[in-house]
Design a protein around this ligand. Sequence first.
Ligand SMILES: [Cu+2]
Length: 138
Amino acid sequence: MKTARIALFPLLLFSLNLYAAGSPAPAGAMAYIVSPAHGELVGTRVKVIFGLSAMGVAPAGVDKPNTGHHHLLIDTGLPDLGKPIPADDRHRHFGGGQTEVVIELTPGQHTLQLLLADFAHTPHSPPVMSEQITVIVE
Ligand SMILES: [Cu+2]
């Protein structure tokens, strides 16, 4: 009885871990912001162009290996990478497979970061994200 319990414990931990993490990402996968550039002076309407290498874009809900959809994090750090990304003004989902967006920003300094996630909006394992960049809105 005692042996069985000990043997089950790591198995349970392993399956919980699988459940929490998103779909696997291939080695070398990278998300990046094509535009604007880090430190760029921009207007209040900003076109953000999303870049992705070594993976493909697929709409949310489509469970296809090595794909995901973009999320733009605005003025916020990374969310919990083991859970679906929240959906609000600071965590914008592009579940249609979009690769660019025009956003409105107030004058001042803002941060932007891309985070790819799988069909269920959970970041990949390992996570595929861009650097966080800063833009200055005039
Ligand atoms: Cu999403």
